[in-house]
Write a protein that binds this ligand. Structure first.
Ligand SMILES: [Zn+2]
Length: 290
């Protein structure tokens, strides 16, 4: 496939990226399932919808005289249209590829969590949702969103607050009546959920208003069923229903984001083996004595 100059060549996680897009297993309907709205067939429908939406937006941009935007949208539409077995586009804007990555990541964490549970036997697995309330983007500002950079910001801020534990998180972009809110879902183990919530609230404070906005929610993970949700990145079905006008802009942002860069990993190393993603804990050089 010839790659256009307008699309960046992804440079991080190259082998892991290739492992996912070259393994058709992730594009099918095997385990892990992401739920009945996210079967391969439903995703193919959504793919057609997204391609149509991009073509329409490209035409309007051209009519409005914005040739550059029109060209970018046409190129993205073509790339997604051309996504097929042995020629996967690997774009996060592609419903098929995004789903493949989501499933591969879910599977890697399903294998990782029981291993972590052994060394954290007294602790509980939780999912912490953190919302930096200032990190919002109007559709027009979205072009400035650099998810990789924002993820580095998150890692810095939590590490400066003294978090040194293993975390497996994901950035998530939600549409909130007029703007996009960047936030994160972080999986981790804790022995004290209340204290963890308190510590995170210090990093991600609420507004002065009555706190109907919940910048920090830490929920117990009763099963590993939260993983697909955590790694979804966006709610595509919902955006296709309620935010079609602004969706093309978001798709352009997703397209220039490496799919595996949605993840925020601390103390974990990502690799690939036989078409699968593998997450392993990075061991401390010297074992701490207890
Ligand atoms: Zn694709």
């Amino acid at each position: 496939m010839n790659s256009s100059n307008h699309y960046p060549t992804f440079q991080r996680h190259v082998r892991a990226h290739e492992a996912v897009i070259n393994n058709e297993f992730w594009y099918g309907d095997g385990p892990p399932s992401l739920g009945k709205s996210f079967t391969a067939a439903r995703t193919a429908e959504r793919q057609r919808d997204v391609v149509g939406l991009l073509q329409k937006a490209a035409t309007s941009a051209g009519t409005a005289g914005d040739q550059k935007r029109s060209r970018l949208l046409w190129e993205l539409a073509d790339k997604l249209y051309g996504c097929r077995p042995r020629a996967r586009c690997g774009s996060l804007a592609c419903p098929k590829c995004a789903r493949a990555f989501q499933r591969a990541k879910t599977s890697a964490q399903q294998a990782l969590i029981p291993v972590l549970q052994k060394t954290n036997s007294t602790k509980k697995l939780v999912m912490a949702n953190v919302v930096p309330l200032g990190m919002t983007y109007r559709p027009r500002q979205l072009r400035h969103l650099d998810i990789q950079k924002r993820n580095r910001w998150l890692k810095d801020i939590v590490s400066r607050a003294g978090f040194t534990r293993v975390m497996f998180g994901s950035a998530d972009i939600s549409w909130e009546h007029g703007f996009y809110q960047l936030h994160w879902h972080l999986g981790m183990f804790t022995s004290n959920r209340k204290n963890l919530t308190k510590r995170l609230k210090k990093i991600f404070p609420g507004t002065d208003k009555k706190s109907y906005d919940r910048p920090v929610v830490v929920s117990k993970a009763w099963s590993l069923g939260f993983l697909p949700y955590k790694d979804k990145g966006i709610k595509l079905p919902n955006l296709l229903r309620h935010n079609r006008t602004h969706l093309p802009e978001l798709l352009l942002v997703l397209d220039r984001t490496e799919p595996l860069d949605l993840m925020v990993l601390t103390k974990l190393r990502l690799s690939a083996q036989q078409g699968r993603l593998i997450l392993r804990q990075i061991e401390n050089k010297r074992k701490k004595s207890r």
